[in-house]
Design a protein around this ligand. Structure first.
Ligand SMILES: *Cc1c(COP(=O)(O)O)cnc(C)c1O
Length: 332
C-alpha cells in the first residue's frame, strides 16, 4: 500500500527531496454502525465509525508523525522530542526508530496507559518522567527542545496538523462527500484543528464539527484552563489545550459545538462499541460516541450522515479494560 505521504503528496508540504519515513499509516476503515445508529434513534446507514486504531502504532497520531519525522530528517535534525499522554510518544518513538533518529519523550508520571508506555520503550525512546500533568510536561518539553536542538513533534509542529488533515480526505472519499456531522474527542485539540483544515481544503460540503471533552477535563467548555484535569480517558486528560484557537474556529466556522461527557458516559460508549459493533477503541476515543448518544437522548438528533472518529485502539489501555469490562465466564 502507498504511504500516506505518497497518497496525498499534492496536498502536503513535501518535495521530491523529502525522505519519506512511513510505516504504512492511513487508509483506515470507515465502518457502518447500525447498532449504534439504532441506540441513538437514527436511521440505519446514517452512522459510520472512522477507526484510527488500525494505524501502525494504533492511533491517528501516525498520520501526523510520518510527516513530522520525514521533515525533521529532511531538515537534518538530530532527533525528535515530545510531551505526551502516551500515543504521541508511541508514534514518535516508532517513526524515529524507522528514521534512525533519537527520540525523547516527556510523560506525566503515572498517567500514561501501559500499552503506550511499553511501545515507547520498545522503540527505544528515552523517557523523562515529569512530576505533574500533561500540561506541565508540554511546557518542560518545549523549553528543553530549544536548549538541546531537538525537533518538537507535538501538534505545535505544523507538519503534524498537515499529516492529520488527510483523515478528512479519506472520510470524504469513502462517503463520496463530507458527512453532515462529525463527532470526535478533543484533548490538546490538534486533531479537531486538522480535520477542519482538511475539510476546508477539499471545498464542497463540510460537516458540523462536534467535539467532546471529558467533564473533568473540559477547558473549552468552561472557557478557562483546568488546573487538575481528571478523567479515566488519559488521552484527553488535558487542562490547557495547545490548539484551543483551532478548536474554537472549527466549532464556530462549522456551526458545530464543543460539549462534555462524564466518565461513566465515556465508559458506557466504550463498552457498547466493543460489544455491539465489534470495535475495541480506547476510552478517550469513545468520547465522541458518548456525545452523540447524549445529544440524541436529550432530543437533539443530528439530521443526515454522522461520522464518529475513534482515535485509538483499545489494546493501548489494558488496565482500564480489566477494571471496566466484566469477564463473562462460561458455564458450559
Ligand atoms: C491524542 C489523542 C486524542 C486527542 O487528540 P488531540 O489532537 O490532542 O485533541 C484523543 N484520543 C486519542 C486516542 C489520542 O491519542
Amino acid at each position: 500500500m502507498k504511504s500516506l505521504i505518497e497518497r496525498w503528496r499534492g496536498r502536503l508540504p513535501v518535495t521530491g527531496r523529502t525522505p519519506v519515513v512511513s510505516l504504512g499509516e492511513g487508509g483506515t476503515p470507515l465502518i457502518r454502525a447500525d447498532r449504534l445508529a439504532r441506540a441513538a434513534g437514527l436511521p440505519p446507514g446514517s452512522v459510520h465509525l472512522k477507526f484510527e486504531g488500525t494505524n501502525p502504532t494504533g492511533s491517528f497520531k501516525d498520520r501526523g508523525m510520518t510527516l513530522a519525522v520525514s521533515k525533521a530528517l529532511e531538515a537534518g535534525s538530530r532527533g525528535v522530542l515530545c510531551a505526551s499522554t502516551g500515543n504521541t510518544a508511541a508514534s514518535a518513538a516508532a517513526y524515529a526508530a524507522k528514521a534512525g533518529l533519537r527520540c525523547v519523550v516527556f510523560l506525566p508520571r503515572g498517567a500514561v496507559a501501559r500499552g503506550k508506555l511499553m511501545q515507547a520503550a520498545a522503540h527505544g525512546a528515552e523517557i523523562v518522567d515529569v512530576a505533574g500533568n500533561f500540561d506541565a510536561a508540554l511546557r518542560t518539553a518545549l523549553r528543553t527542545a530549544e536548549r538541546k536542538g531537538l525537533t518538537v513533534v507535538n501538534s505545535s509542529n505544523p507538519f503534524r496538523i498537515e499529516g492529520q488533515k488527510t483523515a478528512a480526505f479519506e472520510v470524504a472519499e469513502a462517503m463520496g462527500r463530507a458527512p453532515d456531522f462529525q463527532f470526535m474527542p478533543v484533548g490538546n485539540a490538534g486533531n479537531i484543528t486538522a480535520y477542519w483544515k482538511g475539510y476546508k481544503e477539499l471545498g464542497g460540503g463540510r460537516p458540523r464539527i462536534m467535539g467532546f471533552q471529558a467533564a473533568g477535563a473540559a477547558p473549552l467548555v468552561l472557557g478557562h484552563p483546568v488546573k487538575a484535569p481528571r478523567t479515566v480517558a488519559t488521552a484527553i486528560r488535558i487542562g490547557d489545550p495547545y490548539s484551543r484557537d483551532g478548536a474554537l474556529a472549527a466549532r464556530d466556522e462549522s456551526g458545530g459545538a464543543i460539549g462534555s461527557v462524564t466518565d461513566s458516559q465515556i465508559l458506557a460508549a466504550y463498552r457498547f462499541l466493543a460489544r455491539e459493533e465489534g470495535v475495541f477503541c480506547e476510552p478517550a476515543s469513545a468520547a465522541g460516541v458518548a456525545g452523540l448518544l447524549k445529544l440524541c437522548r436529550s432530543g437533539r438528533k443530528p439530521r443526515g450522515t454522522v461520522v464518529c472518529v475513534l482515535t485509538g485502539h483499545g489494546l493501548k489501555d489494558p488496565d482500564t479494560a480489566a477494571r471496566c469490562i466484566p469477564l463473562r465466564r462460561s458455564r458450559l
